[in-house]
Design a protein around this ligand. Sequence first.
Ligand SMILES: [Zn+2]
Length: 80
Amino acid sequence: MEKRKHTRSLGKSEIGKSTVFVKCPFCGVETECYTWSLYGSGKRCRQCGAVHHGIGYTEMKERLNTVSPMIAIRPKVPLI
Ligand SMILES: [Zn+2]
């Protein structure tokens, strides 16, 4: 488990629906997050699955870029 600070840019600003764009410190992809969601349970990065938190850091619980058994056992499809 690893924690890194993330950077943000402002998203929409509506009452009760404010969003921020959080740049993932692990994969670099920006995810639009509701601020209430960030300060609640956190918001998962849409690319790598790390969780962004409201207090300014992102937590990687498990790496999703490892080859999963489901993919490993898939038979090869011949190229046409
Ligand atoms: Zn990410």
